[in-house]
Design a protein around this ligand. Structure first.
Ligand code: GUN
Length: 295
């Protein structure tokens, strides 16, 4: 029997309704949550992520403003925009879409963001606080995955979760959050990556597989235990002449093969992606609420 589809769009809509109510309360106190967006270069995937995030802001009552810089922008050009957002009291959250055209700049740019406006949860201060279990902005994709499993009735306490991929944005922070002794975590975690020998030995033991490798078909059907839950973080464009855009999106999991074995699986698109955006809205609203408490 085919496993249940974990509908990230529907869950996001529920969570966004909760956020809309919080935005209204803020507005009654004279505060509109604001997100400052910076897009550097013209990568089409980044462009479309940023557009989706801005639309989600508008739908939730969050003000967003965008600065665009060319792919040739210098470190100083980028830091100038970040500082402008840092100092603007109408901006409660800052989003610098990654990857930057020059990846070597990324850590300096992230470090320049005011940690109190770091709604991506990428700043070393927030990552350190997260690791210590202190209040912090949590990175959006890992937090979205945990919320999705929790709200869909798949608690992780005591389960073996195998995460495939060790990025700073997804795999490593997710592995960390999964170890937390709280209602979203308390899992046993294995973190696999490109250096892992015989990946399938690990994934076949997993109660939950999280695929965040960035490569189609990283997880084939035979790599999944019967009855496992599968979370697919991959967003890969593959050529498809039958589609108007000439490509279609696929995840890191062979969805067709997996679907018959799993208890539940996230689709691509419509699974983790909308949850990532929702958690960005969540952090931006939380940041505006913190500002309200301080004034
Ligand atoms: N690139 C891929 N995912 C993300 C994300 O969550 N935030 C930012 N800023 N860039 C990304």
């Amino acid at each position: 029997m085919a496993g249940k589809i974990l509908d990230g769009k529907a869950l996001s809509a529920e969570m966004r309704d909760e956020l809309k109510a919080r935005v209204q309360t803020l507005q009654q106190a004279g505060i509109t949550p604001g997100l400052g967006v910076l897009l550097v270069g013209d990568d089409p995937a980044s462009r479309s992520y940023v557009t989706a995030k801005e639309k989600a802001c508008a739908d939730t009552g969050i003000h967003s403003q965008e600065m665009r810089l060319s792919a040739e922008a210098t470190r100083d050009d980028i830091l100038t925009v970040v500082n402008t957002y840092n100092e603007d009291p109408r901006i409660h959250g800052i989003l610098v879409q990654l990857p930057l055209p020059d990846a070597a700049m990324e850590q300096d740019v992230i470090a320049a963001i005011d940690p109190d406006k770091d709604v991506d949860g990428f700043h070393p201060v927030n990552i350190g606080r997260m690791m210590l279990g202190l209040p912090a902005f949590l990175p959006c994709t890992p937090h979205g995955i945990l919320q999705m499993l929790h709200r869909s009735g798949y608690p992780l306490a005591g389960r073996h979760v195998v995460v495939v991929g060790r990025s700073n944005i997804v795999g490593r922070p997710l592995a960390n959050l999964l170890t937390m002794k709280n209602e979203l975590g308390n899992a046993t975690v294995t973190l696999c990556h490109t250096g892992t020998r015989d990946l399938s030995v690990h994934t076949r033991q997993a109660d939950v597989v999280v695929a965040a490798a960035g490569r189609p078909n990283t997880i084939t059907g035979d790599m999944i235990k019967e009855g496992a839950v599968v979370v697919d973080v991959g967003v890969n464009r593959v050529d498809d002449a039958s589609r108007p855009r000439g490509y279609r999106l696929v995840g890191d999991v062979d969805f067709e093969a997996a679907q018959d074995r799993v208890a539940a699986i996230t689709p691509v698109p419509g699974g983790v992606g909308p949850m990532t955006i929702t958690m960005l809205l969540y952090n931006t609203v939380a940041s505006a609420e913190r500002g309200l408490k301080r004034t």
